[in-house]
Design a protein around this ligand. Structure first.
Ligand code: ME8
Length: 514
């Protein structure tokens, strides 16, 4: 049983058959925001990502480039690490399925399943899609292709099978007893009806190629790439050593975040493997939606692959992070367009957030001797704004608990909007001559509101948030959510550094290039 304050979140491990694009960046980004939020909220976090390096798809991609699978996977896996660094992901571990620790975990899980009578030898005769790394029954094919549109080939070979059919009732009970096991709810319903439709035993080894983890004691077989890959979530924690600190602290995982394309593997096969091996299933699988680009599927042949690194270079890291997290409710499909991105960054980040900070900090700089102003008697409006910023943590925490990332940002930006309306209504610049005490109170209320907002936005837009907190002279050690309390409010008289703009508007020439 994992510790109560522990939070274990995972991304899928990505196939190294291709370079990363915004789809991959998106899943990891969502996990990063959730991980950052949980850390700021005082939880012990383990955030895992990595690469899925075995199987026919990767073997074929390597061969197509004239490389050995080893050399090829080293290069492509590195690209995923570079992306993770450039996006400032805060993963605690990056696992590769070609690592020894992982192989050990997979073979141990296999042995456990064999020992428990969950795996038997037979022959697979049916369809296989290398692109999906998935077996398909004849009855589900559409015009001779997989339901995903992927080409299929006929496979007939000796194969070990996992007794998936025996787990139907147990899985249905799991979904029933834990209604949030799969989110969003619409995805849960899909999983439930799939399982109700009946489960067939699953082929879990292949003999027609070599690039995989050998089946223990039968080296003619390699372990099916999905059984191999899913095990990363426990091999990274030290499994098969169930006393390993990682495993003890963090299993069962709180959350596997995946795209909707691979939900079935995570919500059906994975808990069945675990339960069959006598291990606890994860607590939740969240399946997010699919990004298209200007209405089209992202594909190399269409030439519309968006390189996340190019986005960061053109628009900025925080801008890219904000757009992806805010534009689409997490779980829904989304369409990427540069126009939408520019609109978001200029409207929400520059006009609303950046401008609020800049107005307030420069007024303080000019009119309050560059020190946190001292508040005097508070009005109802002052208390309303401070109250709204204080209540934000609870609201945002509730949204994050159900992975509603865009709603969490909406809640924060509602308070940013309220703060902007308050500046306009109070007009502190006009109070300088008429009522400097009132001006100081208004600017204090605003600075303190900004402090609270910036503490919260750290999980989503870490760089800009850090620069805002720097300008408020908030020390590094006072930047967790514990300091959101009134007791940790800005101290009047604290000297503030000269303000500088964060979250600028995007210049017209960049817009022209977009
Ligand atoms: O499936 N929109 O790896 P993969 C949104 N190795 N998300 C997207 C996306 C898009 N257009 N394209 C990709 C695998 N993704 C297996 C996983 S896990 C034990 C093994 C994201 O490289 C999304 O998270 O094909 C999707 O599920 C994942 O990349 C698929 O990555």
């Amino acid at each position: 049983m994992s510790s109560a304050d522990a939070f274990y979140v995972t991304t899928p491990i990505y196939y190294v058959n291709d370079v990363p694009h915004i789809g991959h960046a998106y899943t990891s980004l969502a996990c990063d925001a959730l991980a950052r939020f949980a850390r700021l909220d005082g939880r012990r976090v383990f955030f895992l990502t990595g690469t899925d390096e075995h199987g026919q798809k990767v073997e074929q991609a390597a061969a197509a480039r004239g490389l050995s699978p080893h050399a090829f996977t080293d290069t492509v896996s590195e690209r995923f690490r570079t992306l993770a660094d450039q996006m400032r992901f805060t993963h605690d571990d990056f696992i590769r399925t070609t690592e020894e620790r992982h192989k050990r975990g997979v073979q141990a899980l296999w042995r456990e399943l064999v020992q428990r009578g969950q795996i038997y030898l037979g022959t697979y005769a049916g369809w296989y899609s290398v692109r999906d790394e998935s077996f398909y029954a004849e009855s589900v094919l559409v015009d001779g292709k997989a339901p995903t549109g992927a080409p299929v080939e006929w496979v007939e070979e000796p194969s070990y099978f996992f007794r998936l059919s025996a787990w139907q009732e147990t899985l249905l009970r799991l979904y029933d007893e834990h209604p949030d096991f799969v989110l969003p709810p619409a995805r849960r319903n899909e999983v439930v009806s799939f399982v109700k439709g009946g489960l067939q035993d699953l082929s879990v080894s292949r003999t027609s190629f070599r690039w995989g983890i050998p089946v223990p004691d039968d080296e003619g077989h390699v372990i099916y790439v999905w059984l191999d890959a899913l095990t990363n979530y426990i091999s990274a924690l030290g499994y098969p050593d169930r006393d390993a600190a990682g495993y003890r602290t963090f299993w069962p995982a709180d959350l596997h975040v995946v795209g909707k394309d691979i939900l079935r593997f995570h919500a059906v096969f994975w808990p069945a493997f675990l339960l069959a091996a006598g291990l606890e299933p994860p607590r939740r699988i969240f399946a997010h939606g699919w990004w298209t680009v200007e209405g089209q599927k992202i594909s190399k042949s269409l030439g519309n692959v968006i390189d996340p690194i190019e986005l960061i270079e053109t628009y900025g890291l925080d801008q890219t992070r904000y757009f992806l997290l805010r534009e689409v409710p997490f779980g829904n499909d989304g369409d990427f367009s540069r126009a939408a991105m520019i609109n978001r960054m200029n409207r929400d980040l520059a006009n609303d957030y950046g401008n609020l900070v800049q107005r307030v900090l420069s007024l303080i700089q000019r009119n309050c001797e560059a020190r946190v102003p001292a508040p005097d008697r508070m009005t109802e409006d002052d208390r309303a704004l401070l109250g709204a910023s204080l209540a934000l943590l609870g609201r945002v925490r509730d949204e994050m608990a159900v992975q509603a990332l865009s709603r969490a940002l909406e809640a924060i930006f509602e308070v940013i909007g309220a703060a902007n309306r308050y500046v306009d209504a109070q007009a502190p610049w006009a109070l300088r001559r008429t009522d400097p005490t009132r001006m100081a109170t208004v600017l204090f209320v605003l600075a303190e509101t900004i402090r609270r907002i910036a503490l919260l936005t750290q999980a989503f837009i870490p760089d800009a948030s850090a620069r805002i907190l720097d300008q408020l002279a908030v020390p590094d050690e006072a930047r967790s959510f514990e300091q959101l309390s009134e007791a940790d409010a800005l101290r009047p008289g604290t000297p503030l550094p000269p303000p500088f703009g964060v979250l600028p508007r995007l210049a017209a020439e960049t817009i022209g290039a977009g």
